[in-house]
Design a protein around this ligand. Structure first.
Ligand code: G3P
Ligand code: MG
Length: 242
């Protein structure tokens, strides 16, 4: 049985503060095949890596990312209560590209445009990915499928996937019709009727989030998904090596 690729969710976020350079480095050191991360735009138009629109949960600051310049955001500590990582700053997307350049890792860039649309984010992320020579190693995803269609329009070569979590009918057909490369379902979406068969028929990759328990990791291997997105890459790699 082929094992899924292992992508570290927000970096190795089960072991280090999420969406930080130490978490991405740790994922690479653990032998993950890729990392998943979330991007947002600062007030001065810089692409930074952070899950929430606000910095309250993951830093010692408060407020919306879009209301801060990059320089202002850099003053906050993103160790998220984990003192072993005290002093960790919010990373820019460019820093993550540079950090992972020497590795063979894939980056799944999730555009956090569901709540706030961040005008220009699609253009900026495509430009940066091209400039850094990363187009072949990135897959773009978003819960906002308009963002993904925009990415495809800007760069037809970009690999793309639709994120979703609901019980929508015929997602494989919808993905094929819109010519994306992948679906990124929540784990529980795998049980919908004929799901894997339909994805295979349409040649749609299935990259599943967030797969953290042994049982779910093993079930994903049984289903034959392309990748699991997990907070625990070390555990997933060990389990799949058995
Ligand atoms: O991309 C998979 C997963 O990260 C989607 O949900 O909320 O963790 O960004 P979230
Ligand atoms: Mg995400």
């Amino acid at each position: 049985m082929n094992s899924p690729l292992v992508w570290a969710h927000r970096g190795a976020s089960g072991y280090a503060p999420e969406n930080t350079l130490p978490a991405f480095k740790m994922a690479a050191d653990m032998g993950a095949n890729g990392v998943e991360l979330d991007v947002q735009l600062t007030k001065d138009g810089e692409i930074v890596v952070c899950h929430d629109e606000k910095i309250d949960r993951t830093s010692n600051g408060a407020g919306f990312i879009r209301d801060y310049t990059l320089e202002e955001l850099r003053k906050f500590d993103f160790c998220n209560g984990n003192i072993a990582f005290e002093g960790t700053k919010i990373p820019t997307m460019e820093e993550v590209f540079d950090l992972l350049e020497p590795t063979g890792l894939t980056i799944n860039i999730e555009l956090k445009t569901g709540e706030y649309f961040y005008p220009g984010l699609e253009e900026k992320i495509v430009d940066l990915t091209r400039k850094k020579g990363w187009l072949g190693r990135v897959i773009f995803s978003s819960f906002n499928h308009y963002s993904i269609m925009k990415i495809k329009e800007l760069e037809p070569e970009a690999k793309t996937g639709f994120l979703y979590a609901d019980g929508t009918l015929n997602m494989p057909g919808y993905a094929a019709e819109n010519q994306v490369d992948a679906l990124h379902p929540a784990f529980y979406n795998l049980q919908y009727p004929d799901y894997m068969d339909d994805c295979n028929m349409f040649d749609i990759d299935v990259n599943v989030w967030t797969v953290n328990t042994d049982a779910a990791l093993l079930k994903c291997r049984e289903y034959g998904v392309n990748a699991v997105i997990t907070n625990y890459p070390k555990k997933a790699i060990e389990l799949y090596s058995k």
